[in-house]
Design a protein around this ligand. Structure first.
Ligand code: NAD
Length: 316
């Protein structure tokens, strides 16, 4: 599995990262045994980056991931673990008090002494000035206390990243995590990459399958996309299926092609998905992408290119 450097952190991440939100049962039930065999297979096949949040499944994802890492006795230095703060099952709270408590709760659930990255989770739902003036300084203290090595921010609207990065002291935010903005249907993140590079900020891109839109089983009920976006993606899925191809493979490979993105986080809930996705990454390195299929899918998705959905409070 190819490793890529993450900004100025010195971390080397597998280009394919393990999104642990499915372990919180957000895309359907995952048994503890299935979770364990999925995480084991990921580690065996060279994935070293695991991302979770107290929000996923109302702390279930963190707990399950912690149990898996303990059961597998994975050497701590061989993995990069990120979690988040500020977004919880019962709402948002980016106050210094809450995030300071939150990291201790996360570490207990993950059974770790520290995480590698602590993100402020979906900052468009908070006051961005609070993120700049209160949350990031609180995370700096958490970093100084050795509970996280690096600090990140996550969100859907891309403008929140520049708003915060333009206002915090250089080097205080190491990483951004963007989702649903670098895949075949939406490549909006690409415009931000030169800016992020100039700031030395590492780039994690999540949801190359657009949270299920680019999968044969389709998106979950809670998916926020418009009916038009869902139906265009369904047409692309059906087109691939008719040709005997799996859309998820070409979609993931497309996201992996941009090397300025350090890692692409995919949510996985079975050893089969891990095997398919790692095989897709290897095939991309060895053979390249199926250009013909890619162009056909791009043409089907052209009418909804870069269509997204509202997220966050008005201010953002
Ligand atoms: P995704 O685009 O990775 O899609 C996940 C869905 O695709 C799941 O249903 C999964 O079972 C399915 N899938 C995975 N591989 C497949 C395959 N080979 N064939 C068919 N289906 C397959 O969306 P996601 O899980 O939301 O995003 C990935 C990860 O990124 C999350 O788990 C989370 O860790 C992170 N993330 C973070 C944020 C944030 O911080 N705001 C937002 C979104 C995602």
């Amino acid at each position: 599995m190819e490793r890529r450097e993450l900004g100025n952190t010195g971390l080397k991440l597998s280009c394919l990262g393990f999104g642990a939100s499915p372990l919180g049962n957000v895309f359907g039930q995952v048994s503890p045994d299935a979770a364990l065999s999925t995480v084991r297979r990921a580690f065996e096949l060279g994935i070293n980056f695991f991302d979770t949040s107290p929000y996923y499944g109302g702390t279930v994802s963190e707990m399950v991931l912690g149990n898996c890492l303990e059961a597998l006795a994975v050497p701590r230095n061989d993995i990069v673990v990120s979690t988040k703060c500020g977004r919880y099952a019962d709402g948002f709270d980016f106050s210094a008090e809450r995030v300071t408590k939150s990291i201790d709760e996360s570490l207990a659930r993950l059974k770790l002494d520290y995480v590698d990255i602590l993100h402020c989770h979906d900052i468009e739902f908070g006051s961005l000035d609070q993120i700049v003036n209160e949350t990031i300084p609180a995370l700096q203290k958490i970093k100084e206390a050795g509970k996280t090595r690096f600090i990140g921010i996550t969100g859907l609207p891309l403008g929140v990243f520049t708003y915060v990065l333009d206002r915090v002291p250089p080097g205080s935010v190491d990483v951004i995590l963007s989702y649903c903005h670098y895949g075949i249907n939406d490549t909006a993140l690409v415009d931000l990459l030169p800016y992020l590079k100039s700031k030395g900020v590492g780039v994690i891109s999540a949801s190359p399958l657009s949270m299920g839109l680019l999968t044969e089983s389709g998106p979950p009920d809670w998916h926020p996309a418009s009916a038009q976006l869902k139906s265009a993606c369904r047409a692309a899925v059906d087109h691939c299926k008719k040709k005997g191809k799996n859309i998820s493979k070409v979609a993931l490979q497309y996201s992996l092609m941009n090397k300025e993105i350090s890692t692409v986080l995919v949510g996985m809930n079975s050893p089969k998905q891990v095997e398919e996705n790692t095989a897709a990454a290897l095939e991309l390195s060895n053979v390249g992408i199926d250009e013909e299929l890619l162009h056909e899918v791009e043409a089907i998705l052209q009418p909804i290119k870069n269509q997204t959905w509202p997220s966050g409070i008005q201010e953002s």
